[in-house]
Design a protein around this ligand. Structure first.
Ligand code: UGA
Length: 435
């Protein structure tokens, strides 16, 4: 099938490459000429495992091309809108500017029978409004809403083999359902469940899923706060809770909390939208979820300051991790980078390392010193803080590391280290919600 993908950021670039890999004929459109040049060259503008490989093979097959010219969408049957909906400046609400402009830009190029498919995470009610815009254009195209659930670091896998497919369509719109079934034929043949629903439900599935995941993380982080005043161990608590299949162990890792370009802004946008709808109280708990999450960053900073004997100025703090999670170079709302910035702000001589996120961090925070080398980062440190659980950091030999630092104190902001092994190697170990 001929497909266009509008917006070649994280979501769009992966989607375009994956759709071409599945055998579709795909054109990816973006207003950023630099990004288009890189993608056309087979070089993703961000780090995502597996993406360079599928991008190269899709480009070589001739089924994938990229352009800045929106007119090139003409002839495609399905047009995916995959632009960003960041947090609006000075507000918790989502910024719909990019989605609105993408749809406006598409209108002159749509033909009868075309399907415009929204993938961006939007405030509930947006799809109905955009369906009206498309309808009034007289193009003969229709809208469907098909939210995306991919995780950074696993984006290719999640796009090729999703847990579920959700189609929000106008009542009785079998054409859009048939077109999407054709797009996702491979995943459907492999048994992926498909939920066909209305626009509002499809939009809500996405924000509700992210709100639930954020709540689950903040729940266990709230338990970590209680563990800290009772001497309980939150990691054992999570294991024991997780054996209950109704609860499940995933997303129960207590630590410095969630970040990234999705969970934080999505819970805020959901709260803002619910307030607009007069139902603010229904999701008021998400404000608490946000607060618990932000408190955990502060806790890591406080533990570090305490470990330094409350004299931070000029002390060397080694920060292990900058990305918001491992296998990503994304530092948007990253708890790890936030901790590094706060400690630098307090006067510490911060040196930070990360396997992928140094460049993005330096661009935002040049005041921090960065090193690609773990040994150099640790050398002569007065305290070490682990804030992104890259396997490279989780696998550090505590005996080797003790020989490098000035003061063997570690704050394990992801509860990833073997506390007994680190203590046996002479370290003062502090976890989050762990004795
Ligand atoms: C999230 C959702 O998981 C995806 O399903 C969704 O498609 C995506 O947002 C989106 O809306 O586009 P992502 O932001 O890639 O995906 O990252 P997650 O794997 O959800 O992790 C988010 C944050 O939670 C990270 O900072 C991670 O370190 C933290 N986290 C995760 C915890 O602190 N504890 C956990 O137990 C799990």
């Amino acid at each position: 099938m001929k497909i266009s993908v509008i917006g070649c950021g994280y979501l769009g670039a992966v989607h375009a490459a994956a759709m071409a890999k599945l055998g579709h004929d795909v054109v990816g459109i973006d207003v950023d000429a630099g990004k288009i040049a890189q993608l056309s060259d087979g070089r993703p503008p961000f780090f995502e495992p597996g993406l360079p490989e599928i991008l190269s093979s899709a480009l070589a097959s001739g089924r994938l091309r990229f352009s800045t010219d929106i007119a090139e969408v003409a002839g495609s049957r399905v047009h995916f809108v995959a632009v960003g909906t960041p947090q609006r400046d000075g507000s918790n609400a989502a910024d719909m500017t990019y989605v609105d402009s993408a749809v406006d830009a598409l209108l002159p190029h749509l033909a009868p029978g075309d399907i415009v498919v929204g993938k961006s995470t939007v405030p509930v009610g947006s799809a109905a409004r955009l369906a009206g815009v498309i309808d009034e254009s007289g193009s003969g195209a229709v809208l469907a809403w098909n939210p995306e659930f991919l995780r950074e670091g696993f984006a290719v896998l999640d796009t090729m083999s999703p847990d579920r497919l959700v189609y929000g369509v106008a009542s009785g719109d079998d054409t859009a359902v048939a077109a999407l079934n054709e797009v996702y034929a491979t995943a459907i043949a492999a048994g992926t469940p498909v939920v066909v629903t209305d626009f509002a439900t499809a939009e809500l599935v996405k924000v509700a899923a992210n709100a639930f995941l954020a709540t689950k993380i903040s729940f266990i982080n709230a338990m970590a706060e209680i563990a800290e005043v009772t001497g309980a161990d939150v990691t054992q608590l999570a294991d024991a809770l997780g054996f209950d299949n109704r609860i499940g162990r995933r997303f129960l890792n207590a630590g410095v909390g969630f970040g990234g370009g999705c969970l934080p802004k999505d819970i805020r946008a959901f709260t803002a939208r619910a307030e607009e709808l007069g139902r603010g109280e229904s999701v008021a708990f998400l404000k608490e979820v946000d607060q618990i999450n932000l408190r955990r960053r502060q806790r890591v900073v406080d533990l570090t300051v305490h470990a330094l004997g409350s004299v931070v100025n000029e002390k060397k703090v080694a920060v292990l991790g900058l990305a918001f999670k491992p296998h990503s170079d994304d530092v948007r709302d990253s708890p790890a980078l936030d901790v590094a910035v706060q400690l630098r702000g307090l006067g510490a001589n911060v040196i930070a390392t990360d396997p992928q996120a140094i460049e993005n961090s330096r661009a935002r925070h040049p005041q921090i010193a960065y090193s690609a080398d773990i040994a150099e980062t640790l050398r002569d440190a007065d305290a070490v803080v682990l804030v992104t659980e890259w396997p490279e950091f989780a696998g550090i030999d505590p005996v080797w590391a003790a020989g490098l630092v000035r003061n063997p104190t570690i704050i394990d902001g992801r509860n990833k280290l073997d506390a007994a092994a680190w203590r046996a190697a002479g370290w003062t170990y502090h976890g989050l919600g762990r004795p």
